[in-house]
Design a protein around this ligand. Sequence first.
Ligand code: ADP
Ligand code: MG
Length: 677
Amino acid sequence: MKLTDSIQYLKGVGPKSFENYKKLGIFTLEDLLLYFPFRYEDVAGRKVMDLLEGEKAAIVAEIVTPANLGYFGARRSRLTFKAKQGDVIFGVSFFNQPYLKDKVDVGQTVALYGKWEAKKQQLLGMKILSAVEGENGEAVTDADFQPIYHVMQGVRQSSLVKLIQTAFDSGALELLPENLPEELLKKYRLMPRQQAVRAMHFPVDLAEHKQALRRMKFEELFLFQMRLQALKHQEKSGRSGVLLDYDQEKVATKQAELPFQLTQAQQAVLHEIFADMSAPTHMNRLLQGDVGSGKTVVAELAMFAAQTAGFQSALMVPTEILARQHFGNLLQMFPELNISLLVSGLKAGERREILEDLANGHTDMVVGTHALIQDGVDFYKLGLVITDEQHRFGVNQRKVLREKGQNPDVLMMTATPIPRTLAITAFGDMDVSIIDELPAGRQPITTRWIKHQQFDEVLKWVKSEIQKKAQVYVISPLIEESEVLDLKNALALYDELSDYFQADAKIGLLHGQLKNEEKEERMALFKAGKLDLLVSTTVIEVGVDVPNASIMIIMDADRFGLSQLHQLRGRVGRGEKKSYCILVANPKSDSGKQRMQIMVNTTDGFKLAEEDLKMRGSGEIFGLRQSGIPEFAVADIVSDYNILEVARDEALRIFADEEGRYEEYINKFDYSDSGFD
Ligand code: ADP
Ligand code: MG
């Protein structure tokens, strides 16, 4: 018998039920053993006298004789003893659970779970649960230990339980290898694997189940981290990256020409990035920095360094507005270089010219949207790929871009403050740099939450602020999945505000259905201060940088998620002016109210992300679903954060080990199926 044997060979599995088990993902003995219950059912204590022949129940009773354990054959055993409930004394037998012997203590009151055999006046035991004092003094079971599995049509709970029991009886459990290093079992006092798997299905009591769960969670997270580290190790050692021998002097000069001094955090991450770039291995780095922390200039300097080393670089961004903004910045910063912008909707001739220049090496730097990863976009010598707001791109999109060069260095920038928990889970194969400091002179943004009834007062205040040269964004309500309604809302808001301000404010409108040139024109007007107020849909959500803008008003703010609100708020507070964010919302749901309150209380993106995580659970956070994060069977990366951290530290330690221990683990576990890319 092998773990990889099909369950077909187990008693009770016919061709038809085999098909059904396969639908549950149960093909082999191993699959079956590792198919854990998702919860346990209450088993209330019953009176022995009331039980019917064949009925399953838990009986709280006192053990009155010591256990007698007999073996027949190599693996088959029978454990018998007598128990007493009230005046009734009855027999109890357990088959093939010899380890229960220690649990049988004369004088002890326990809850016995099993099947009643009326004729023999005996309980065919399945489990021993611990008993606790009930409300009126009588003993009840503390456990809800009838395992409940996810099943589908064609598979009954009881058949599944029986099948697992059959597998146990036939000795399948003994085949399961231990897959955690001995030293870790000892260090963290983890239950051995076989015992834990058994206890996941049929725990003896609450405490045992807890230990089993702890062990299985650790196993799952540790093996995951080992795979991530293996992946990282392979990336680094297997394929070498490009060696960007950049001109330090030129870069330093460029840096000195900036209109501001880099913050310490910016300098530190640049240092890390340059070190990666000038190493022969491949850079795979995530740059995190809250909105407004100044990631762009870091990217620009990295691109410049690549150019001085004779390589092309590409910057990919999620929206066209952002692409144009970066393009403008690069032109301004590097007037001596050839820089192009590649977006969709270019005229055929224009596009052809850009593609030619990229392919023949005339172009030094290119900024673009998804258009960059289309077929037909070829580079002459691509050495560095940067993605901005990387969480917007799926793993595959990033991969395609990377493959357009000979394994170029990759830098992914995000303002989405991925909580540490998730960063080490989802991006464990990357190095992480963090800009944890805002440029000097920034004042914290004041956030207020008002009701729609107070909107008039806000407008009055806005009018006076505009007189003082403030620039204002007003974000129209988000209508999910309807661009048409989005537009209608934005138009209505634009009309309302135009009516209100009349000649007191110059108002612009920005939405997704404008032509590219129109969008660009209106952004440029706003940036140049020729518009006082910009009504916009969320097209400006990410990255847009107009330092003079200081007021952000978000209509129906409760319709947005926390991360989006934080992104929107990040459009202000980018200059020296005191900035405000006004959330206009009459939320109906508690979570809506909670979100408004969190926004008012917190400006720190990392804290917000943690809050968001708590409120929503890990699954739907920040598009992490597409990011390559796997779904875990027993572990939950939010509530099992502590285990995750320990697992990661241990995996790191093993991989950092110089003495070849890495090989040992690589051989022991199969890392090929890493679930990544
Ligand atoms: P983000 O990290 O959100 O992408 P940006 O790179 O757009 O932020 O930077 C926000 C603003 O801060 C920009 O106007 C940028 O020119 C400015 N900035 C960046 N670094 C500094 C600095 N060290 N000192 C002052 N201003 C800076
Ligand atoms: Mg940015």
